[in-house]
Design a protein around this ligand. Structure first.
Ligand SMILES: C[S@@+](CC[C@H](N)C(=O)[O-])C[C@H]1O[C@@H](n2cnc3c(N)ncnc32)[C@H](O)[C@@H]1O
Length: 286
């Protein structure tokens, strides 16, 4: 087993660039990915287990990034072999400590045998690729019959709820979604997932929403999604004005200072199975 990335024809990572995603460059992004996983992955994992993703390995984590989730998967499922893959070999090198084999390459062209894995996880990856179709086709190809694909995603129009809600910040969120679209990504991927998986040939396609609130965690734990740090590179690229950044930073500060402020983030998990396996849909908890 190697924990240095095996590089295979790695290329551009769509609308995602680890060094310019948030304030603080690559170090800032490593911290953001870690905080993002700490915020909601426990709840995601509960659903992923119910949906059968961890039933049979190896589990291929496509777009594993710095390994924030790889570490957690390895700790929670010590008996499950996990392979972490990403198009960005430099970012993936940070996953080495997770003890999973690392594979640097494009999710749309994997150097893996047909039918060699039991599960595939795509977490916050499809929103960044210019075309999710070849990625889903490749996931289906490498899954053995009955294997499970799970996609964890968001949709920018259904990001969640906050109280108080600052209507004046919505133009900032629209600008962020537009910048991602201009770079080849899609922050409205959530609404398309079930259809994309069905068209790709997956069976038993199911969607489960998951919610994360500050009822049981501090409000500042939501900074990876809602804080102004992610907006700083958008000012540098001209997608956002300084005035918009200042407005978003001010409202986030106000929100943090309000002891009664409430927030709920909404995410989606969409699963599908590779056709041809035994029927295990009855084993899934409803
Ligand atoms: C927002 S990060 C999410 C990282 C990780 N899944 C997590 O939840 O912490 C998106 C990741 O997708 C990777 N990615 C984007 N396009 C890819 C592609 N075509 N093939 C493989 N990885 C890709 C990026 O390099 C980046 O690491």
């Amino acid at each position: 087993m190697t924990t240095s990335p095996v590089r295979v024809d790695a290329g551009r990572a769509g609308s995602y660039d680890a060094a310019s995603t948030t304030w603080g460059g690559l170090d800032g992004e490593l911290a953001r990915l870690e905080a993002q996983a700490a915020l909601s992955f426990d709840e995601e994992l509960r659903l992923l287990r119910d949906l059968g993703l961890t039933r049979a390995g190896p589990l291929l984590e496509l777009g594993a990034g710095s390994g924030a989730v790889t570490h957690r998967l390895r700790a929670a499922e010590p008996g499950l072999p996990v392979v972490a893959a990403d198009i960005d070999a430099g970012l993936l090198a940070h996953a080495a400590g997770a003890g999973a084999p690392l594979l640097a390459g494009d999710a749309a062209r994997l150097p893996l045998r047909t039918g060699c894995v039991g599960g595939v996880l795509l977490r916050y990856v499809l929103q960044h690729v210019a075309d999710p179709v070849p990625v889903l086709a490749e996931a289906l190809r490498v899954l053995r019959p009955g294997g499970v694909l799970a996609v964890v995603e968001v949709d920018s129009m259904l990001w969640g709820l906050a109280d108080p809600m600052y209507a004046e910040v919505s133009s900032v969120h629209r600008a962020m979604a537009a910048a991602q679209r201009d770079a080849g990504g899609d922050r409205q991927i959530g609404r398309k997932l079930t259809r994309l998986l069905r068209r790709a040939g997956f069976a038993d396609v199911a969607l489960r929403p998951f919610a994360t609130t500050n009822d049981d965690r501090p409000t500042d734990a939501f900074a990876p999604h809602l804080g102004p740090e992610r907006l700083v590179p958008l000012v540098a690229s001209g997608a956002l004005s300084m005035a918009q950044l200042a407005l978003a930073a001010d409202r986030w500060r106000r929100f943090l200072a309000d002891p009664d402020a409430w927030v709920m983030l909404l995410g989606f998990i969409v699963t599908g199975t590779a056709p041809g396996g035994p029927d295990v849909s009855h084993e899934r908890k409803q």
